[in-house]
Design a protein around this ligand. Structure first.
Ligand code: APR
Length: 239
């Protein structure tokens, strides 16, 4: 295996499945128990902000208890042992990459432990409840806090940085994402266009599989640690 210099790792809900967190589109997925249009659109938030806050407050209680699994830890191991610029672009709003002590993490769909003030733009970091009464600690205005979650139809976060990373990476790993939500689902196309070798780690081939050079099927908690071991071994063998 060649030695890579710039690695982008895209993660989705599947990487957190073995930490006990529900994905979105599986049979017991989040979107099977709640309608996207009721909790994940700007219109829903404008219509019933308290209901949307309560959904994310409940989700926060779940996510705060979760522990990183072997897949998260394998990424940290790679960052610590492999001499490349390794960036994590995650669609997940959980903080399991942070809990695994990974670095260079870009939450393009936002983070569950953040709320943004629509009055002054301040980001409030908290695992506590946020609601329509919450006062912004920066501008002291009440009732203007929104979960810092990118709703459908909103622009993703960090897109300039992500675009720069995708154009310069020589290895692109996609882990535990169904590849159906754009623009994140198109990141592999950009990476491939600019010459990256692309791998997909999933339980099954996804709709995006045309753009992946390699498909590593199985649970990420098993397949990713093995892959990382192969990558670090190749440093010693110089292959
Ligand atoms: N190991 C590897 N892959 C797994 C595992 C596992 N243990 N468990 C599930 N998967 C795979 C599933 O096969 C599926 O392809 O993870 C993927 C999860 O897909 P989704 O539930 O669609 O989640 P995701 O791709 O992250 O959704 C993208 O959609 O609703 C929005 O904002 C939300 O960020 C989310 C985005």
């Amino acid at each position: 295996m060649k030695i890579f210099k710039n690695i982008v790792i895209l993660t989705g809900a599947g990487i957190s499945a073995e930490s006990g967190l529900a994905t979105f589109r599986a049979s017991n997925g989040l979107w099977n128990n709640h309608k996207v249009e009721d909790v994940a659109t700007i219109e829903a938030f404008q219509k019933n902000p308290q209901y949307v806050h309560e959904f994310y407050n409940e989700l926060k209680k779940e996510l705060v208890k979760a522990k990183p699994n072997a897949a998260h830890l394998a990424i940290t191991k790679l960052q610590n042992e492999y001499p490349a610029d390794i960036n994590i672009v995650t669609q997940n709003v959980d903080t399991l990459h942070e809990k695994a002590k990974s670095k260079n993490i870009y939450h393009v769909h936002g983070q569950i432990n953040q709320a943004v003030c629509l009055n002054c733009g301040h980001i409030l970091e908290t695992f506590g409840d946020v609601d329509t009464e919450t006062v912004c600690p920066n501008c002291q205005v009440a009732g203007m806090m929104k979960p810092n979650i990118v709703f459908f139809g909103e622009n993703l976060l960090y897109m300039d940085k992500v675009d720069e990373l995708l154009r310069s990476c020589d290895l692109f790993l996609s882990i535990g994402t169904s590849g159906v939500v754009f623009p994140a689902a198109a990141f592999v196309q950009t990476a491939k266009y600019y010459g990256a070798l692309t791998y997909e780690f999933n339980l099954e081939p996804t709709s995006n599989n045309f753009y992946f050079d390699h498909h590593i099927m199985g649970k990420a908690g098993v397949t990713l640690p093995a892959f990382v071991d192969e990558m670090t071994a190749s440093l010693k063998n110089g292959d």
